[in-house]
Design a protein around this ligand. Structure first.
Ligand code: DX5
Ligand code: ZN
Length: 233
């Protein structure tokens, strides 16, 4: 199993299975892992935080059953991430990333805002790594993030507004990514997700990104091996 807390010598490629053929999911996953992807990125959407509905614990369990050694990086675009910690851990998730936008202090506790420190502790207690994701309109996340940065294994900077694959990269998030990177310790990864392609990935890597998420650029490529290699910059 990949050790995500160790600084990788070259950017890791996380293939987002949202663009896979869902009718052939395990074959699709095996194919892109054979062609060089380092880990799988699993996008969970609840129809509330974003309009789309995708997958949940049953998909994670199925992937884990067939891919016992593959790192499963789970990105929860959901209103209530705390409802899924234990079930996702039991299903076999390795990384549990929730959104800053559903957390205090960005959302009041009375409106369901999650206490980040408590949630991260629960995620770790359940045996997973913990990540926090940040949407493009959240332009100044560091004041909210700083109190928990030492607890985090990963910060995910979204480079599209979440909800679906195949959208255009938003370069305006790059300075925010670089500012976050400057405050991360060596064991915390900086991931970017949305619209990344060989043509723009260098700008993300230059900002400090060491985990590159891509869906359409991998699954939609004629030559998936070349696409994965090119995504390392
Ligand atoms: C977007 C998801 C992404 C998405 C990326 O809401 O979080 O992981 O699958 O798709 P591409 O790489 O096609 O932009
Ligand atoms: Zn994602």
């Amino acid at each position: 199993m990949l050790d995500l807390t160790a600084t990788p010598p070259r950017p890791l490629i996380a293939a987002s299975i949202l663009s896979a053929d869902f009718g052939h999911m395990i074959d699709e996953c095996r194919d892109i892992l054979d062609r060089g992807a380092d880990l799988l990125h699993v996008d969970v959407m609840d129809g509330h935080f974003v309009p789309n509905l995708t997958m949940g614990a049953d998909m994670i369990r199925g992937l884990r059953r067939h891919l016992p050694d593959t790192y499963l990086d789970v990105h929860l675009m959901v209103e209530r991430p705390g409802d899924y910690v234990e079930s996702f851990a039991q299903a076999g998730a390795n990384m549990f990333t929730f959104h800053l936008e559903v957390s205090q202090p960005m959302r009041d506790a009375a409106l369901g805002g999650v206490d980040m420190s408590e949630l991260i502790e629960r995620i770790h207690h359940a045996g997973m790594h913990a990540g926090v994701a940040i949407n493009p309109p959240t332009t100044d996340p560091l004041p909210a993030l700083r109190p928990v940065l030492d607890q985090l294994d990963l910060v995910l900077v979204m480079s599209v507004n979440p909800g679906r694959s195949g959208q255009s990269f938003m370069p305006e998030v790059l300075p925010k990514a670089a500012a976050i990177k400057a405050e991360l310790g060596p064991n915390t990864r900086l991931e970017m997700d949305g619209g990344l392609k060989p043509a723009n990935v260098r700008s993300a890597i230059d900002a400090g990104v060491d985990v590159v998420v891509a869906a359409s650029a991998i699954f939609g490529a004629d030559d998936r091996s070349a696409a994965i290699a090119d995504l390392r910059g």
